[in-house]
Design a protein. Structure first.
Length: 378
């Protein structure tokens, strides 16, 4: 698994460049008791090593390395004495909203999707005993492949493979949306109707409860979005944060594994389609990550082509998609505000490349884009 497993909207400098990963040389636990004080934040090496040895037969000493770039939950590569690698995922340290960091839910989702056409990392184990590592966590298998995180990564992809990646990303999303939640054992993952209204309530509540400042525009746009919600077209499994850099790609351009299931639920799947289009990026008008998304490189196609291909794989009406894109910009502003507050409180691990002023600028940009789209849709 590539160190840029988890895209980080906040770790872009004001000029939009992606940061170098933080140095890890002194932030690992290798099984030496004298090194315990150097274990990464979020890792309790002694009890965790014992659990991984007993439950997954990992061979000590174990090496824990943070995967750079996580914007929400903390993720670590764990390597044992034989070279076997697994990936461990846990909530941020400190005070967090339990509903936003439910490890059992993520573990359940990837376990249920394992036999379907949607590729996911194989789930290996879930621990709900806080004595082991201070919080719930789950472990998944290491998936070979690459995360194409930004334009620099995408430019290294062969010209002939880029359109294959683009098609595979769209087709995998269509495959997810075609699944019957009941048939895969996820029929009770969430309420089926009123998804967008619930999203609006959820993220507004998280801003109200978690923000350390007055964001009046968030509330104003919330009210406008609530007043114009399109009618939901059926119910499907919603990933919640689907785009190229949240997938591991195989060498042939196919999707090897879809990552970051923390926002997965049941509801209106057009939210995923709008998210994919939004995060396809814009190298000219986009800000920060939106200007540096890998799909902005020649060969990946355009958002219009994404919609055309998805439309051929789905019978859903896409005529109201601009509203869903507006929702995406509003929601990402709320999410980044939550991450900004957690960074300020020191709950986001060892990432030293966080830019608070850049986060604030991107939040303002996202809210303004939401307002523009709502104005255009009437």
């Amino acid at each position: 698994m590539n160190p840029t497993l988890m895209s980080d909207l906040l770790c872009c400098r004001r000029d939009g460049a992606s940061p170098a990963p933080p140095p890890l040389a002194f932030d690992r636990w290798s099984g030496d008791a004298s090194a315990m004080t150097r274990a990464p934040k979020g890792i309790q090496p002694e009890p965790l090593t014992a659990w991984l040895e007993a439950e997954l037969r990992l061979a000590p000493p174990l090496d824990f390395q943070p995967i750079a770039g996580g914007a929400s939950n903390l993720t670590f590569t764990v390597t044992d004495a034989t070279g076997r690698r697994v990936v461990l995922r846990r909530p941020p340290t400190g005070h967090v909203l339990a509903s936003a960091h439910d490890m059992g839910r993520e573990h359940r989702v990837i376990s249920a999707l394992a036999p379907t056409p949607v590729p996911v990392p194989p789930a290996l184990g879930l621990c709900t005993d806080p004595d082991v590592n201070g919080a719930d966590f789950y472990v998944m298998d290491f998936v070979d492949g690459a995360v194409v995180f930004d334009r620099a990564d995408a430019e290294k992809v062969a010209d002939a493979v880029r359109p294959v990646m683009a098609r595979s990303i769209v087709d995998t999303l269509a495959d997810l949306h075609s699944l019957d939640p009941d048939e895969v054992g996820l029929g009770d993952l969430g309420r089926r109707e009123g998804y967008c209204a619930r999203q609006l309530r959820r993220w507004q509540r998280q801003v109200d409860e978690g923000s350390d400042r007055d964001l009046r525009m968030v509330r104003e746009l919330h009210d406008r979005l609530v007043a114009s919600i399109p009618e939901q077209q059926g119910t499907g499994i919603v990933h919640g944060d689907y785009r190229l850099d949240n997938c591991i790609m195989a060498g042939d351009g196919s999707v090897a594994a879809v990552l970051d299931w923390e926002l997965c639920t049941l509801g209106d799947v057009l939210v995923d389609v709008a998210g994919l289009v939004t995060w396809w990026g814009d190298p000219k008008a986009g800000l920060g990550r939106l200007a540096d998304m890998p799909t902005t490189v020649d060969g990946f196609g355009t958002p219009a082509e994404v919609l055309e291909r998805y439309g051929r794989r789905s019978d859903r009406d896409l005529s109201s998609l601009d509203w869903y894109v507006a929702l995406q910009f509003w929601r990402v502003a709320c999410i980044i505000e939550g991450v900004r507050v957690r960074h300020t409180a020191g709950a986001m691990g060892d990432n030293q490349h966080y830019d608070d002023s850049g986060a604030r600028v991107f939040i303002d940009y996202s809210l303004n884009r939401c307002a523009e789209l709502l104005a255009a849709t009437g």
